[in-house]
Ligand binder design. Structure first.
Ligand code: MN
Length: 204
């Protein structure tokens, strides 16, 4: 098997029109082919720089390099999760099934309450960042996380079940500065099946 030493932009599991009318073709295409691609390229450039430095014994600014690497790898991995937890509105299931549905209701009281808290988390991210539903394997509790930028406030060892990108670049073409409207419409294109499968993989 060929070892993959660099990151690759994943293909979307739907076409660029697939999330309309809640995410336009133009919005999705730019987000995927420009923004996500830039994190892939950024991470790969730094890895190549590290390869060269290690091979030739060159000095590097480790602190700056690692910071930039974390920004780019975090961006790439979060976007990869994001595309997979979206789905065309016609296939939207409205409810998380199975074990995931049970654990959400047990923790938050109801699905509606969870959606409200998650939306509030997403809307109130300061500047650029993400909302994430995560799961702590030590306490067996799902927890909402606010991620600043791509890489700050991530709890080590917590597993990420679903994410929502609230960088302006994720919604500006469709919603201008109305992040709340974008977050409201996110629930129309969420892929609960994928999220439920991620959870079942963790706890099986
Ligand atoms: Mn993004």
């Amino acid at each position: 098997m060929e070892v993959q030493k660099f990151y690759v932009l994943p293909k979307l599991p739907y076409d660029y029109k697939g999330l309309e009318p809640f995410m336009s073709e133009e919005q999705l295409r730019i987000h995927h082919t420009k923004h996500h691609q830039a994190y892939v390229n950024g991470a790969n450039n730094i890895l190549q720089k590290l390869d060269k430095a290690h091979k030739e014994g060159l000095e590097i600014d480790i602190k700056a390099t690692l910071k930039e690497l974390s920004w780019n790898i975090g961006g790439h991995l979060l976007h990869s999760l994001f595309w997979e937890n979206l789905a065309p509105p016609s296939t939207n299931t409205k409810m998380p099934g199975g074990l995931l549905g049970d654990v959400i209701v047990k923790e938050f009281g109801s699905l509606e309450r969870f959606k409200k808290e998650f939306s509030q988390a997403a809307i109130s991210v300061e500047g650029s960042g993400w909302a994430a539903l995560t799961y702590c394997m030590q306490t067996s509790r799902p927890l909402i996380m606010q991620i600043e930028k791509h890489n700050t406030n991530v709890y080590p060892m917590f597993r990420i079940l679903m994410v929502l990108d609230v960088f302006e670049h994720a919604y500006y073409i469709d919603y201008k500065n109305d992040r709340a409207k974008f977050v409201e419409n996110f629930w129309n294109i969420i892929n609960w099946d994928t999220i439920a499968k991620r959870f079942e993989e963790l706890v099986k």
